[in-house]
Structure formats: structure tokens, C-alpha cells
Ligand binder design. Structure first.
Ligand code: ADP
Ligand code: MG
Length: 495
């Protein structure tokens, strides 16, 4: 694929206002200088973000090497390679009533499923979503877990119809908890730290399953957690239930992560009893990868100003939380340094995270001649008036950042597959292998998805890439957690 920047069609920039746009007062700042052109900023950006085949290859090889180092010793690599303690995946034989609870962002979801074994599969499923009151994100651990347990209790009370618990049993639930956890067994794990805006006191350093079990007891809810997983592991389990060829799961949402099925004998750091199946799911925490990524001054500035500088560099380059922000920083430079939007800079454009990834995705969807929709979004979101030429530059910036993100995500996936193939010759590349994908970024951003697939095909070549199926597994993680509760049921599941 060509990575040369197409000559941007920009010389001068006019100020026009779409007929649809109503004028509103705005605070503006005078531009500082006008010594460079937007075209030259764009050309440099495209050069710095370029991901030709050698760069992709370097990234996929480095990902595989970092995985090996992380499997060899604790703290041996940027990649933590956390053992999930999931060493039995759903087979389809699971039967009975199981619950799942998903806490990963601003909402929590509860779900129940009645499983009917190989023949009947999923007999029925029901779910509810509850948003978490913001004050609970800053409250105490007890308050948060009581709120969750009471939501689960209310949901359980409505059980009926096709759902029934076998006599003499306690209800069991899977718990999808997408914050960094040091897992200690399939049903326990210590919270390392809260992320994604949560600052709950009294949970860090504690077993989150114990916190939930205690809250369920306080709510007089007779249920036990039989599997603690994160969203990537849940997605792998959910997708595997329908398709035995699923070996990898990748989340591309606000953040990013990936997990895969690993052979026990390829994990030198693993001590203690090995799994019956000889395999286990490893959670890579690949967001922390950083080796050889094509980064720009905009990425470095964003990282330096972030709450976790020098951490999660891969995540900051490819995931939904950051793509819009990188674009905003480039546009700000073009506005200040090259008068892309006229003689002044609206203050909205100065606000970190004002432009979100869904905005850049929506702008890229505009195929009209005048890019009217792009103009509206720029005005509504960052207070910018733009002419058609300026809008074209904006689209080129969005495309450059989405392309780099998608292609690097694709190279990361190939890195995981390469690592697996190395240990099991022919069992990955020589047969159908499925990568289950989930997350809002992958689901809603078609160009990003296309770039990701292109990079995988370029790296693997036409023959092998025909065997590698990259597939959206929507909301697989909820049902995956319920299935893992079944697989790890204290009652067993062969009945
Ligand atoms: P989370 O990762 O928090 O669990 P999701 O998987 O739902 O949540 O992903 C949400 C993220 O997906 C948003 O933060 C955003 O970056 C991205 N996203 C959502 N909608 C779109 C869209 N239309 N286009 C591009 N990205 C989107
Ligand atoms: Mg999620």
C-alpha cells in the first residue's frame, strides 16, 4: 500500500458559513503566527504516521517478542500477560440458569441465560442496563457494591418464565470487571487501581469478588460469583461457545485489550498446578505496548499532559478515547500556525477532548461535494467556521489518524497470531482461526475496520489471511461471563 501523502489541495483558506449554521457569540483567540501552511503540517503528519509494510512488520514482531518476555517472567515486558485462570472454555454442553454482571464503564449490565446443552443451546436470555450515579464513582467501596448488588437482586426477583434454577442449587454468576485486576483464581482477584474516571475509596488492594459477595449478603441475595473475567476474556468465551475456531479476542472501545488461548507449556512464569486442558487464556494487557510505534509530536504532547504519562502508549495510539483528541491537536496547530479556520481560534478548539472519536468518524462518513456535514460538526463541536478546502484538510487529518490506528491494531493482532503459530506450527495459519472483536470503536468506525483488515492481509499475504477470520462478536462478553460461570460451576456442567 502506498503511504505517500497525496498533495493536499490547500493553498488559501476562506471563511464561509453554511446556511444551516446560526451565528452565535464565541470567544476567540488571535492566531500566533502564519509562517507555515496547513498543507505542510498535513504532509509531515502523514509522513510521521505512515505505516508501510516494514513498520507493520516491526510492530507485529515486537508484539510477539514482548508477549514471550511477559510470559517468561513477571514484569519482564511492557505486556503484563496476566493469567486469567480460565482454562476451560464453553463447549456447548452447559445446562442450567446462570447470571452475569458487567461493570466496565459508566453502566453496569445484568444478564441471565437459560442454557439447554448441545441441542437447545441458549433457551432464553434477558438483560438490563443500569447507569451508575456519578456520585458513586467517587464514593466508598461499600456504597458502589451495595448499589450493584441491589440492582442484581431486583433483577433476580423478576426471574420467571423460561428461567428456572435446578432444585437445591445456589444461583451462580459471572462477573465481568474491566479494571486492572491481579487475578488470584478463577473466582478472586485483587483490584490494582481504578481507571476510566472511577475513584472509589477502599477497594484498591482488595478482592473485588469478596466485595461483591459481601454486598450480595447484605442485600440478602443468595448468589455466588463463580468466574471473574475482563471484557476481552468474556468476549473470547462468548464467541467460542458458537465457534470452536475462536482463539483470540480483541476489545477496541474507549480503551483496548486482547487475550488469546495459550499453551501451558509456553508459559515459563506459571507455577503451581497446570490446567487439565493444557491451555489457558492469557490477558495480554496490550494497551501498554510501545515498541517501535510511529508517533508524532501530537502524540507526545498528549501523552505528557495525560494522567498516566509514558503508560498505555499503544492504547493512546489506537483506541477510541484518544483518536479524536489527536485530531483536535493537529487541527489546533493548523488553526494557530496556518490560519486553517481564519484569523482566530475558537476557544472550544483549545479544550482537551472536545473533539471525540465518534465526531471524526461522522466527518469521515460525509461524501457530499461541499462536505456540509463536516462543516456542521466542526462548528457545533469546536466552534469552527470552515470552507470546503479546510474541510478537506480536516478529513485528511481524520483519515491519517484512523488509518494509523486501524493498521497498528491489525499489526498487533498479527503479532499475537504469529506468537501462537510459532508454538503450534500449522494450527493457527494452516486452518481457519477466528479473532473475535468487540467494542464501540470497532463496531461503529467502518474505515478503521477496513484499515485494520488491510494491514492483516498485507502482513499475512493472501493465502494465510484467507484462514484468519476477523469477526465482530457483539456483546459477547456478557453472555461469555455467564458461560464461564457455567463452565466453572461448583456443580460441574456434565449433567
Ligand atoms: P467501553 O470501551 O467503555 O466499554 P464501548 O465498547 O461501548 O465502551 O466503546 C465506546 C467507545 O467507542 C467510545 O469511547 C468511542 O471512542 C467509540 N465509539 C463509540 N461510538 C463511535 C462511533 N460512532 N464512531 C467511532 N467510535 C465510536
Ligand atoms: Mg466495554
Amino acid at each position: 500500500m502506498s503511504v505517500t501523502a497525496s498533495p493536499p489541495a490547500v493553498r488559501s483558506f476562506c471563511i464561509t458559513r453554511s446556511a444551516k449554521i446560526v451565528s452565535r457569540p464565541r470567544v476567540v483567540m488571535a492566531v500566533r503566527s502564519n509562517t507555515i501552511s496547513a498543507a505542510s503540517i498535513l504532509t509531515k503528519l502523514q509522513k510521521d504516521c505512515a505505516t508501510p509494510l516494514p513498520v507493520l512488520r516491526h510492530v507485529s514482531d515486537a508484539m510477539a517478542d514482548d508477549m514471550r518476555a511477559g510470559l517468561a517472567t513477571e514484569d519482564g515486558s511492557d505486556l503484563k500477560m496476566i493469567l486469567s485462570y480460565v482454562d476451560a472454555l464453553p463447549t456447548g454442553n452447559e445446562k442450567g440458569l446462570f447470571y452475569a454482571l458487567d461493570l466496565g464503564g459508566t453502566n453496569f449490565r445484568v444478564l441471565r441465560v437459560q442454557l439447554g446443552g448441545k441441542e437447545e443451546r441458549v433457551i432464553s436470555t434477558e438483560f438490563e442496563q443500569v447507569s451508575i450515579p456519578p456520585e458513586l464513582m467517587f464514593g466508598t467501596s461499600e456504597e458502589l457494591f451495595d448499589f450493584i448488588a441491589s440492582g442484581l437482586a431486583k433483577f433476580a426477583q423478576k426471574e420467571g418464565g423460561k428461567f428456572h434454577l435446578q432444585q437445591g442449587r445456589t444461583r451462580e454468576t459471572g462477573f465481568t470487571f474491566s479494571f486492572p485486576v491481579k487475578q488470584t483464581s478463577i473466582d478472586s482477584g485483587i483490584l490494582i487501581k481504578w481507571t476510566k474516571g472511577f475513584a472509589v475509596s477502599g477497594t484498591a488492594g482488595k478482592d473485588v469478588v469478596a466485595c461483591l459477595n459481601e454486598a450480595m449478603k447484605r442485600q440478602e441475595l443468595d448468589m455466588r460469583v463463580s468466574a471473574l473475567v475482563n471484557d476481552a476474556v468474556g468476549t473470547l468465551a462468548g464467541a467460542r461457545y458458537w465457534d470452536d475456531d475462536v482463539m483470540v479476542a480483541v476489545i477496541l472501545g474507549t480503551g483496548t485489550n486482547a487475550c488469546y488461548v495459550e499453551r501451558i507449556d509456553a508459559i515459563p512464569k506459571l507455577q503451581g498446578p497446570s490446567s487439565k486442558s493444557g491451555r489457558t487464556i492469557v490477558n495480554t494487557e496490550w494497551g501498554a505496548f510501545s515498541n517501535g510505534l510511529p508517533l508524532t509530536e501530537f502524540d507526545r504532547e498528549m501523552d505528557a499532559e495525560s494522567i498516566n504519562p509514558h503508560e498505555q502508549i499503544f492504547e493512546k495510539t489506537i483506541s477510541g478515547m484518544y483518536l479524536g483528541e489527536i485530531v483536535r491537536r493537529v487541527l489546533l496547530r493548523m488553526a494557530e500556525g496556518a490560519e486553517l479556520f481564519g484569523h482566530s481560534v475558537p476557544e472550544e478548539l483549545l479544550m482537551p477532548f472536545a473533539l471525540r472519536t465518534p465526531d471524526i468518524c461522522a466527518m469521515q462518513k460525509d461524501t457530499s461535494k461541499d462536505l456540509e456535514e463536516v462543516g456542521l460538526i466542526l462548528y457545533d463541536v469546536v466552534g469552527v467556521n470552515s470552507c470546503t478546502n479546510a474541510r478537506k484538510v480536516v478529513i485528511d487529518v481524520c483519515d491519517t489518524i484512523a488509518k494509523r490506528g486501524g493498521r497498528l491494531a491489525g499489526a498487533g493482532i498479527v503479532g499475537i497470531l504469529q506468537k501462537m503459530e510459532h508454538n503450534s506450527k500449522g494450527l493457527i495459519f494452516g486452518k481457519r482461526t477466528v479473532v473475535a472483536m468487540d467494542g464501540g470503536l470497532y463496531e461503529h468506525y467502518p474505515q478503521y475496520r477496513r484499515y485494520l483488515q488491510e494491514a492483516v492481509t498485507e502482513l499475512l499475504g493472501p493465502e494465510i489471511s484467507r484462514n484468519i477470520v476477523i469477526e465482530h462478536s457483539k456483546d459477547g462478553s456478557g453472555i461469555g461471563a455467564a458461560l464461564l460461570a457455567a463452565t466453572n460451576s461448583k456443580y460441574g456442567h456434565d449433567f
